[in-house]
Design a protein around this ligand. Structure first.
Ligand SMILES: [Ca+2]
Ligand SMILES: [Ca+2]
Ligand SMILES: [Ca+2]
Length: 176
């Protein structure tokens, strides 16, 4: 995906979100890192612990580079419940931790993304756990929501939670 946006936006085109982004991108790197994100949330009245910062950063990081770029930030910022969604209850947090561990085992080269080669192992496990019946190629399409050829943590979690939801619906209503 081409990245046309430069690090700085001409003043007249800056939105309120841009101003917030630039304010908290303290080192001017064009990206919000963990420390900067924690500070941003704290300034807005949300005191996240390190674990919450970790998990939420991973979920906002659609490119898998470990930081929040302007585009990723905008996506989050435009949500109504952006801050309340950063707090996970203990049960969900535990689930997300388990997802993190699992994701790490598939991401063998620690690139923060599961590529096609690594996906073979993940696919094998998903089949074994009945989480998919799709063949390899179709399954990667379902997981890789932005179709950039790799699966980042957010995409993995989205897929897993979706499955979770369907399971819940199944048991509640008897049908999907
Ligand atoms: Ca920065
Ligand atoms: Ca990113
Ligand atoms: Ca992807």
């Amino acid at each position: 995906m081409g990245c046309g946006a430069s690090k700085t936006i001409p003043k007249r085109n800056r939105t309120a979100a841009d101003i917030v982004f630039d304010k908290f991108d303290r080192d001017g790197s064009g990206k919000i890192n963990k420390k900067e994100f924690k500070h941003l949330c704290f300034s807005m009245g949300y005191n996240l612990n390190d674990q919450e910062v970790d998990i939420n950063m991973k979920l906002l990081d659609l490119s898998g580079d470990g930081q929040i770029e302007r585009k990723e930030f905008m996506k989050w910022w435009n949500k109504n419940n952006k801050f309340s969604q950063l707090h996970w209850n203990a049960e969900r947090l535990k689930l997300l931790e388990a997802f993190t561990e699992k994701f790490k085992t598939y991401d063998k080269d620690n690139s923060n993304a599961i590529d096609h080669k690594e996906f073979r192992d993940l696919h094998r496990d998903l089949l074994a756990e009945n989480l998919t019946t799709l063949p390899l190629e179709l399954c990667i399409q379902e997981l890789d929501s932005n179709h950039d050829g790799k699966i980042v943590f957010y995409e993995y979690v989205r897929f897993m939670l979706n499955k979770d939801q369907k399971e819940v619906q199944k048991t509640n209503k008897g049908v999907l």
